[in-house]
Design a protein around this ligand. Sequence first.
Ligand code: DX5
Length: 215
Amino acid sequence: MKIEIVPSILSADAGRLTEQVKEAESAGADRIQVDVMDGHFVPNLTFGPLVVEVVRRATSLPVEAHLMVERPERFLEEFAKAGATLIEVQVEATTSLYRTVQTIKELGARAGVAINPATPVDDLREILPYIDLVNVMTVEPGFGGQKFIPHSPEKLRRLRAMSTDVEIEVDGGIDARTAPLVVAAGATVLVAGNSVYGYKGGIAAGIKAIRDAVD
Ligand code: DX5
């Protein structure tokens, strides 16, 4: 199973975003993730559809919009129009997850659901057959550069036991040390912010360090 590395732009230099995205693509990134935060669902305020458009224009890679926002159903059309190829919503942030997932797919994007560290994977049982990806948050969402939550691999194993088809993505604290742990537990899509854009040796070296750790 191919392991995909997905730099998230939260830790990138926003003043040079196009350049930073292109650098990640040249270094072998598989997708780019835009960490959308509304200051309500998480205590941070970041990007909207305009930034997804910037990323869309900067790369031919798939662009994921991770909506860490209350009632994400309000914004699906804008993010799809901005060019997101996959839209992921937090299971905790909507009371109409089935309809939200259907709408994402009707808009022509792939559908993902993200779950926070304290949310049980069992909460996904009924929606699993309808989604392309689950993002298992391996930190409490809101900021880059946080510490990987140690119980995450056992949570990943429980999810993988529920579905062998769904893509399992992880997000938060993923680097050369933690990447092998999550891949061994069933993750195949690795979101990496600080370990790529904050890597002392630069973006390409950051991606290579993770790639080498899981190959
Ligand atoms: C939620 C953010 C982060 C970011 C990756 O807090 O969405 O998870 O993508 O963060 P790091 O820097 O830990 O890879």
